[in-house]
Design a protein around this ligand. Structure first.
Ligand code: ZN
Length: 156
């Protein structure tokens, strides 16, 4: 039989709850108390962290080519482009020669002005799943959590 991590009571229906940022297996009573204690502030911080970790923004290696194609399509001179995106012409030429990689803000500016796709969202989900598997492999809590979830589903 598993016991509640908050009050230590032995119970067959443990619920996995997040209390103050850490995951705990709690009895029904404590999981209700835990969710009541959790303020709005904790929730919003957690959400921000999640979105930051989950999606990464990347600029492809051939960014210079993509920018150049955008410029060609619009029949613009480097001078016109530099003025439009508020860059020095010399800086723009560095980008076009692959000497400097634009940051996300700069890339977004090129995107909207030249109507090109320069920033890609890369999800890290697959990596997280691997981490999760590795860390929970030898955890004995895993089976008791499954049991708790089974009970939780039966009650619905
Ligand atoms: Zn408890």
């Amino acid at each position: 039989m598993a016991s509640c991590e908050m009050c230590g009571k032995d119970t067959t229906s443990l619920k996995t709850s997040v209390v103050a940022g850490s995951t705990m297996s709690l009895c029904t009573h404590c999981s209700i108390m835990g969710s009541m204690k959790q303020g709005e502030q904790v929730k919003s911080v957690g959400f921000k962290k999640f979105t930051h970790d989950d999606v990464d923004l990347e600029i492809p290696q051939n960014y210079a080519q993509i920018i150049q194609q955008g410029i060609n399509k619009k029949h613009l001179t480097p001078h016109q482009v530099a003025r439009a995106v508020n860059l020095k012409e010399s800086t723009l030429s560095h980008y076009l020669k692959s000497q400097i990689k634009p940051d996300i803000v700069m890339a977004r500016t090129f995107e909207s002005f030249l109507e090109i796709k320069l920033v890609y969202e890369v999800t890290k989900k697959s990596i997280d799943v691997e981490d999760y598997k590795a860390s929970s492999k030898d955890s004995s809590d895993d089976s008791s959590n499954k049991l708790a979830n089974m009970f939780a589903n039966l009650k619905k």
